[in-house]
Design a protein around this ligand. Structure first.
Ligand SMILES: [Zn+2]
Length: 119
């Protein structure tokens, strides 16, 4: 069973669903659309935010429909969504390919965080 990080736990939706609220030269501010919790990611000397902290708080974005996070994925998006995903992928892609796509999604979220120094 996947561990849900304390930083990710949301009182209204299992894990927080953060959306960017403000992009400042020295910080990135996000607010959870479910419970309104606000998080400030301060940028370091290099203009980057702490990726580990960011990734831990964004388990909603990084949950995959396979392996360790499959249970969380189903809780978050519902069984219907999992079935839909399987149907879409059936015959077209292997589990590995789908898993790779999710990994790419996860990476792009992290890249986005790193790039936030541009704003
Ligand atoms: Zn929340």
């Amino acid at each position: 069973m996947l561990r849900i990080y304390e930083e990710a736990k949301c009182p209204k939706g299992i894990v927080h669903d953060y959306k960017v609220s403000r992009k400042l030269p020295d910080a990135l501010i996000e607010v959870c659309v479910l419970c309104s919790k606000k998080v400030v990611y301060n940028k370091g000397k290099d203009g980057r935010i702490d990726n580990t902290k960011y990734a831990r708080a964004h388990q909603r974005d990084t949950a995959q429909p396979f392996h360790g996070s499959a249970e969380l994925f189903e809780k978050l998006y519902g069984h219907a969504e999992v079935i839909k995903l399987y149907k879409e992928m059936r015959g077209k892609k292997s589990k590995q390919q789908i898993a790779r796509e999710w990994e790419e999604t996860r990476r792009s979220i992290t890249r986005q965080a790193r790039r936030s120094k541009l704003y």
